[in-house]
Design a protein. Structure first.
Length: 129
């Protein structure tokens, strides 16, 4: 996994500054986590929680925080958004770009009605949480 490969750079013995460790996480690891994030709207919350746990563990590793520091405080100090909010932001941007696309195939796609099929989980459901 990408987290294991980046461990030498993010571990407590690393000589990198906190800012550089955070930059490595945001540029190399978070894109791997958020790959196809618009589809995560249809995923079960347990799967999204696993990704949040990965982000929490990495943030704790970056800051060398001990066990009694709360994850929310670490995220706040590092200015990291929770994974679900990050996915929602990416999905909003993605679906907005779809609506303004000049691609003919994309233009022919049916318009999504948010009122229909409320019981079925769809990727665009992430936009309406």
């Amino acid at each position: 996994m990408a987290n294991a490969q980046l461990y030498p750079l993010l571990c407590t013995r690393s000589k990198l500054s906190l800012g550089n460790k955070l930059l490595i996480y945001k540029t190399l690891l978070r894109p791997v986590i958020s790959y196809v994030s618009p589809v995560w709207g249809a995923a079960a919350s347990t799967h999204v929680k696993k990704l949040q746990t990965l982000q929490n563990a990495t943030a704790r590793q970056i800051t060398t925080a001990t066990w009694f520091f709360r994850n929310k405080n670490i995220q706040k100090d590092l200015k990291l958004t929770p994974i679900e909010e990050f996915f929602q932001k990416l999905s909003t941007k993605y679906y907005h770009k779809l609506g303004t696309s000049t691609n003919e195939t994309v233009k022919e796609m049916p318009v999504h009605d948010t009122r229909s099929n409320r019981t079925r989980r769809r990727p665009r459901a992430l936009l309406h949480r």
